[in-house]
Design a protein around this ligand. Structure first.
Ligand SMILES: *Cc1c(COP(=O)(O)O)cnc(C)c1O
Length: 223
């Protein structure tokens, strides 16, 4: 069931802070997505390629679909024709594949680098050193990799009640985001997305500088 009141309040609060709300609709039915769409929500996030493909085919064409799950290279081709932003780039191999399939689809696909900030070993992503190495590679190959554009970072904090720890993790990501924005070749205007915060921790994430939050259960109920 969709919580319309929560959506309206979140939408108002987040727009006033220039934070983009991604409604995470994984495992939720088409009707729920349509309900939020009818209220004005346009950005939706999905974790599974096949589910996203099926939903995209059925729902309004102006929805901006965000891919936020772990993405296997061999599945990129299914979402390349329409995906708006891939939040989870964490390897050269994946970057190469996105570039290839975007070129085939006649598009440039935007992506975020997933940064590992949690104190858990179940989450994907790269640390600061790996991201620097990644960006060196991307810069060197840039003329060839012209169908993919890195426009920010994404991260997930540890799933813990310890708000101080969560705040530290988000701050680490945001500091690195600002560092790259100021110093890397990517360009301040284009390198502009700091995607962090979910239902349980989005207020902490925004206080730490997030400008894109990914919220599921608060809007759609528990999965
Ligand atoms: C599921 C998911 C979310 C949303 O989680 P909620 O706790 O339901 O808000 C956000 N980001 C990612 C990467 C997810 O997989």
């Amino acid at each position: 069931m969709v919580n319309k009141l929560v959506w309206a309040e979140l939408h108002k609060e987040l727009s006033s802070k220039n934070v983009l709300l991604i409604a995470v609709s994984k495992t939720k039915p088409l009707g729920d997505i349509q309900e939020l769409y009818d209220l004005g929500q346009r950005d939706f996030g999905e974790n599974y390629v096949q589910e996203l493909e099926e939903k995209q085919a059925e729902l309004p064409a102006d929805i901006r679909w965000h891919f936020i799950g772990h993405l296997q290279s061999n599945k990129v081709k299914y979402i390349a024709p329409f995906v708006h932003l891939i939040h989870t780039i964490d390897s050269f191999k994946l970057l190469e594949e996105i570039n290839k399939k975007a070129e085939k689809a006649g598009r440039v696909i935007d992506g975020l680098l997933q940064m590992y900030i949690a104190d858990e070993d179940t989450k994907f992503g790269m640390d600061e050193k790996e991201i620097i190495r990644f960006l060196d590679y991307y810069e060197a190959q840039r003329s060839r990799l012209s169908h993919v554009r890195i426009c920010g970072l994404m991260g997930m904090a540890t799933n813990t009640e310890n708000a101080q720890q969560v705040a530290q993790e988000f701050t680490r990501l945001h500091n690195f985001f600002i560092f790259l924005k100021d110093t890397s070749f990517l360009g301040k205007d284009y390198f502009s997305v700091c995607s962090m915060g979910m239902s349980a921790d989005y207020t902490i994430a925004i206080a730490a500088g997030s400008n894109m939050v990914r919220i599921g259960s608060l809007l759609f109920g528990q999965r």
